[in-house]
Unconditional design. Sequence first.
Length: 290
Amino acid sequence: MSRAAPLITYLKQLERGGQTHIRLDEEAKELLRSQLRAQRGRASPPIPLRSRGVASLSAGASTGVREESTPPSLPTVEAGGSTSAEKLDSLRVQAENWGPARSLGSLREAMVFAVGNPEADLMLVGEAPGYEEERRREPFVGKAGQKLDQILAAMGFAREEIYISNICKFRPALKNQTTNNRKPTPEEMNACLPFVRAEIGIVQPKCIVALGGTAAEGLLDYQNKPVGRMRGHWHEFEGIPVRVTYHPSYLLHNDSAVSEKRKVWDDMLSVLEFLEIPISEKQRGFFAGK
Ligand code: URA
């Protein structure tokens, strides 16, 4: 499938729905032009295998170290409203019928957006809703969510104080699906990334925690890098510091040793330090002697 295919499918959908005009950014236009060139049999420049597939929220909003790895393919997401809460609501409405995600045909019907404080200092990004999240239309409300709530409580945060999102806004579909879940693919994450990017632009958290390797891959574009090698230092998403840690569900496995819990806790202590939130002796010593 060509890199322009999701965009073309989306535009056709809009056309079928009666829309005659759409504003495309330069990158999307160039993607369509290169598709035309290819159709005419002329050599077109190669498009990187793994397109980030994003257009920025507004011209000039996309800055920082990863700019050069942002080739085109999806239309821009524009948030309406004036307050952060209104803008996020506007994104939520648009995400419901987001053509590039829906046209993949591999995601389920219900859209699960994000939850929490629209002006949070801390933003968490997970991978995708699972069975329970889809049922309740809220991220991290199943078993992994309960584990996450425990971690947040130990940090001194209530769930409502921070902003919790997923890199993929729909539960990835499986054949004969009941309560079983799967990870989102890079294409599924790319299709939803314009929303995550826009959410970050609106909330403007002081830092982000990517929960698990899949979320880190979707956000930071690392491929198949183990969490063990991504954690322990700061990364960056368009100027916002990002910490990577293990997914809470990893800690739920019976054989998940105390050493793994300690690593997650160390990551969270680094986040508290970064946010300049005082850390008590009790918090520091959580895993002492365990
Ligand atoms: N796992 C995730 O990554 N996100 C959720 O919302 C639930 C489970």
